[in-house]
Design a protein around this ligand. Structure first.
Ligand SMILES: [Zn+2]
Length: 308
């Protein structure tokens, strides 16, 4: 039983200043908490490589990649969208963040790890084929998933996304790919105001009203995600692991707790064991801005992978 924990110091250097919620402190809080709880000892640590251009081009337009490289500043901050800034250290951070998902895919599909967690930033699930959005430059999870589809010939790949925001970028990238199923919960109506009207057989989108609690989330998972996943029989499962639906995260407005993240992770692991024999799971950090709740929730999520 091996869980790979993949990160890189470059991901901490991306810093948009003291008022931006997507802060370097997020990764430091996760590391501190894993050390303090001893959970760190159960993980195998890896440095994330930089993603290659070819790997990015599987999910992003060449023109968009060129634009990101051209705009990356040597000093000061440029804004790719009103929320998504880049300073000098941001491009290396984004390249290592996407590279983490590629390494995670290789470790799990080469059976060197059972599961993997990518503790990276900037996050990815709002990034579309040709635009940055909502703190996200490259769609890290999508780059990893495309690596599984292209390099390993995976035929049935599932993505779940429990971030409080809809993963519009991931849905856009894989909307027409019959090999991919995506199951989401997200607050609605809420940024980015997508997802509620694009539910389909392969896109199991479950909007949650403001204030929804763990019991509402669990009902959505049990009644909608798990039956769809069981029928689809994924060979590998990717998780857009955003923890901004936590009660303490006042930007999100939902009321999940650590125990809900533990529960959903253990349920998903059980389902993967049932349908695939191997519980291949690759989790990629998305949101989560109250750093104490974020760190405890990541620990609960990893514990769910260990115990489930
Ligand atoms: Zn979010």
């Amino acid at each position: 039983m091996t869980i790979a924990f993949i990160s890189h110091p470059a991901c901490e250097a991306h810093d948009l200043g003291p008022v931006h919620p997507e802060s370097p402190q997020r990764l430091r809080a996760i590391n501190d908490h894993l050390l303090a709880t001893g959970l760190d000892l159960a993980l195998r640590h890896y440095d994330a490589p930089q993603v290659s251009r070819g790997q990015l081009q599987r999910v992003h337009a060449a023109s968009y990649i060129d634009e990101v490289f051209a705009k990356a500043p040597d000093d000061g901050t440029v804004w790719l969208d009103p929320d998504t800034g880049m300073m000098a250290a941001s491009l290396p951070a984004a390249l290592h963040a996407a590279g983490a998902a590629v390494l995670a895919t290789e470790l799990v599909l080469d059976e060197k790890a059972d599961q993997a967690f990518c503790s990276v930033r900037p996050p990815g699930h709002h990034a579309e084929r040709d635009r940055a959005m909502g703190f996200c430059v490259f769609n890290n999870l999508a780059v990893g998933a495309a690596h599984a589809l292209t390099e390993y010939g995976v035929q049935r790949l599932a993505i779940v996304d429990f971030d409080v925001h809809h993963g519009n970028g991931t849905e856009q990238i894989f909307r027409d790919d019959a090999r991919v199923m995506m199951c989401s919960t997200f607050r609605h109506p809420f940024y980015p105001f997508s997802g509620a009207d694009t539910h389909s057989e392969r896109f199991i989108n479950v909007p949650l009203a403001a204030g929804s609690k763990g019991e509402d989330f669990r009902a959505a998972v049990m009644q909608q995600w798990l039956p769809a996943l069981r029928a689809f029989k994924p060979q590998i499962l990717y998780i857009s692991a955003g923890f901004d639906a936590h009660l303490a995260d006042d930007m999100g407005g939902l009321s999940l707790l650590e125990s809900d993240y533990y529960w959903v992770t253990a349920e998903l692991k059980q389902l993967m064991l049932e349908v695939n024999g191997l519980a291949r799971m690759i989790s990629v950090l998305e949101g989560g801005y109250e750093t104490g709740a974020l760190a405890r929730s990541v620990a609960a999520h990893l514990k769910g992978m260990l115990d489930g």
